[in-house]
Design a protein around this ligand. Sequence first.
Ligand SMILES: [Zn+2]
Ligand SMILES: [Zn+2]
Length: 241
Amino acid sequence: MPALARNPFRGLVSLLYPAACAVCATAIEPGAQLCTRCVDDAPRLRAPFCERCSQPFAGAITDSFTCANCHDRVLHFDAAVSAYRSRGVIREVMHDFKYHGFLHLRKPLASWLGEALDDPRLAGRRFDCIIPVPLHPARERERGFNQAEILAKLLGHQVHLPVRSLLQRIRYTTTQTQFDRQERIQNLAGAFRLRRGGVVRDLRVLLVDDVLTTGSTLSECAEVLKKAGAVSVHAATVARG
Ligand SMILES: [Zn+2]
Ligand SMILES: [Zn+2]
């Protein structure tokens, strides 16, 4: 039987998702999203960086090292880890996924996210569940999906952990991108709560989000979870801003 007769939608699917790299449009294997060159170009987050918030810095670590991002405030997560910087290929793919709704790009994003779990701060650690950072319901309606939840589900499937959307965003905050660091931190106070009936007591939680910029979002979420009795809250993101 000819291939087209077996799958009448095949031609249509390849028309909708032509086998071209999502970044540079080079021809690639059907089913892939990126060419190998773009995958190799993804900017790794390289040491040295802050143990807690993964902020990279120039030079060698000295005993007196204090992280410019987190030394003057309390971050409630135990560590926030990304394998990549939010630059180049990573930023482009993330942008197309999040703002243009190219949901098929969730696969390379989830695999970059998964690489965070190889970091010594997370590797070998036991988690009871993954909790995605929530969007405000109005924002989620507007976008049509929660990018953190989609990525958390793929990661959960990959590492056999249940994904529980136990957090709620109760304040609609303006897009953080035009804010400076201090404004971002203040803008988020009290923005999250535990979903009614949500129980996290004694749980070791892995929080998941797409990008960490200052760590305020993850910290606010971690504070809510720890106040509700979570034993530990680590975070993994696709990229570090
Ligand atoms: Zn490419
Ligand atoms: Zn730091």
